[in-house]
Structures are given as C-alpha cells and as structure tokens.
Design a protein around this ligand. Structure first.
Ligand code: DP6
Length: 325
C-alpha cells in the first residue's frame, strides 16, 4: 500500500478565478493551462495498518498546522471512497518548486498526492476520476493530471461529478516556453483562495470577467490547435489583465502587482514594439511568467534580466502529466 507519483505545476492562460462551491471546489468559469516541465513535486504515500494518524513531511521536514490539515482532509476523501476510515498514511513530498521564490506549489502538490494515494490503494482510477479527486485539494491542481495544454471544465452539477480537466493538446504538440520571472517581493500576498472569494463577493467587475470567458476560451483553443503564437499570447495576456482588474473593483480593493511586476510588464510590451513576440501572464502574486518561442529565448532572457528587481528566471518547456516510479 505504498506508491510514488510525480506531477508538474501548470500556468493558466485562461484563469480560474472564483468558486461557486467552496467545499467541493467548483469553479465559476472554465480555465485553460499549460503544464510546465520546470516545476514538479514527487510524493510517496504509504498507507499502513499500524498508524493512528497521518503524517506529512515536505522536503524532509515535518509539516503541521493548516498545510497538514489540508493534506489529511484530502486523504479523508480516499478513506471515504474506500470505506477504510481508520487507515492512515505516511506522506513524504519533495517539492522541486522554488517555494522561497513564492511560487504556488499546491497544483503539483495535490496532483502528486492524489495520484500516489490512488495508486497506493490500487484504485485504478481513470484520469477523469483522478482529476475530480485532485480538484478537491486545490482547484488548479486538477489540470496538472495531464501534460500539454489542458482545460478544466467547470461542470454544472452540484455534486461536482462533471467538473474535471481534459487535455486539449499533448505535450509534444507545440514547443512554447515559459520564463518564470522571480521578483524581489516586499509584501505578503493575499492567498489566492481569499483573494478570489473577496472578488466574487464584492467586485463590481466580476460579472464582466465571467462574460468574457467563453469567447477567450473559444479563441485560445483555436489558436493552440493552429499553433498561432500571437493569438494565444495576446488572449492569455488580456485574460490575465481582466482577472487582475477584478481585484481593483473589490471592496476593499487590492492588487497582486508590485512596482517590479509593472517593470516586467512594460519590458514585455517594449519587446513587442521591437517586434520580438513575448506575452505575460500573472497569478495571485507579484511574479510574472513570460511566454515566448524557442528561437527568441536568448534575446528575451537578456532583456528580462536587465529589468530592475528581477532576482531569478526559471525557464520551462511544456511539461508532462502524472507519472509513477
Ligand atoms: C490565479 O487553485 O490555488 O492561479 O482552489 O482555492 O486551492 P484553490 O485555488 P488555486 O487558485 C489558482 C488561481 C490562479 C489562476 C489559475 O491557476 O487558474
């Protein structure tokens, strides 16, 4: 009853921003991401009859408090599913995501945890079923079940049985690159969970956000299939700007951007004025991810490195889905 799984993180090109059910983690809108090969988590789950509680280590250190509660609550889903309500596990995770740089590791973390738990219990889940489990740990994680380009279908049902991710195009479909630009951060972020709730509850711009999603999704999927970089990049960047605009319309208003974030955004706009195709996207934090094509890598990295406040840049290719050891 022991298994090890590896999952990569992903970056949304069409953002998941807002829940219709907090408990089951059901989203207000479909989202679409690309899985990244540069960031991943490897997790071993060992269910043992002699344990009286779960335990969780991350990079060799015992985890307690809220992060531990999230893991043990997540394992409850598997205990309920199998009816083995007094079976506990030893969970060991290694994060190959620079957490010091403030990168969310919950996507790769919950995808690897779900996959390892399901395998340890010999559940033989389909990818769809695994995605449904994973979603309940962290929404964006359900997209990390697959490699390549992935859409999370929000679903309609109240029980969440039709809210899961599907692959739009495989890892080898298209070689685009994502530079994760790590900035010197001054303030602590509003966690994505709290930020999206405040936005849904109070933002005067939230309806406008929701109304724009269908068109963005239709266009970006066509762009991905046609490998039209300008189309995909411009839709992703505009979608990110719309998501971040909703936070400015919240009460109280807030933003994830810092002066250094704006510095990178302006550099990307300048790159395009100089006819070098690059587009950005930003999650619930100050760091910026820049999308570009392999042939422009050298020029783009040099320009990004010159921006004030850039601490580090980590380059990813399109990544793979879940794998097992
Ligand atoms: C801005 O998946 O971290 O990165 O479901 O509450 O765990 P929970 O939220 P999470 O939110 C991700 C928000 C985002 C956009 C995205 O990845 O689609």
């Amino acid at each position: 009853m022991r298994a090890t799984a590896k999952a990569h993180t992903n970056i949304a090109l069409i953002k998941y921003w807002g829940k219709r059910d907090e408990q089951l983690i059901l989203p207000m809108n479909n989202s679409l991401s690309v899985t990244l090969d540069g960031f991943f988590t490897e997790t071993t789950v060992h269910f043992r009859d002699d344990l009286e509680t779960d335990s969780f280590t991350l990079n060799g250190e015992e985890v307690s408090g809220v992060p531990f509660e999230r893991v043990t609550k997540f394992l409850d889903l598997f205990r309920d599913y199998t009816g083995k309500t007094d079976l506990f596990a030893k969970v060991e995770s290694i994060n190959h995501v620079p957490t010091a740089a403030g990168f969310a590791s919950s996507a790769s973390g919950f995808a690897a945890l779900a996959a390892a738990a399901a395998k340890a219990l010999d559940l033989n889940l389909s990818e769809k079923e695994l995605s449904i489990f994973t979603r309940q740990g962290s929404g964006s994680a359900c997209r990390s079940v697959y490699g390549g380009f992935v859409e999370w279908e929000k679903g309609e049902r109240e029980d969440g049985s039709d809210s899961y991710a599907v692959q739009i195009a495989p890892q080898d479909h298209w070689d685009i690159r994502v530079a994760a630009v790590i900035l010197t951060a001054k303030e602590k972020d509003v966690p994505s969970r709290a930020g999206m709730k405040l936005t849904v509850d109070t933002s005067v711009f939230y309806d406008g956000w929701l109304k724009s999603i269908d068109q963005d999704l239709r266009d970006i999927k066509a762009g991905i299939l046609a490998k039209d970089f300008e189309k995909v990049g411009s839709i992703a960047e505009a979608n990110c700007l719309k998501m971040h605009a909703t936070t400015l319309g919240a009460a109280p208003p807030f933003t994830y951007w810092q002066d250094t974030t704006l510095g990178v955004m302006h550099e990307v706009w300048q790159l395009r004025k100089d006819r070098i195709p690059a587009y950005f996207t930003i999650d619930a934090g100050p760091n910026v991810k820049v999308l570009y094509l392999p042939e422009d890598e050298e020029k783009i990295l040099a320009r990004l490195r010159s921006v004030k406040g850039v601490e580090d840049i980590i380059v990813s290719k399109v990544g793979a889905g879940i794998s097992y050891k």
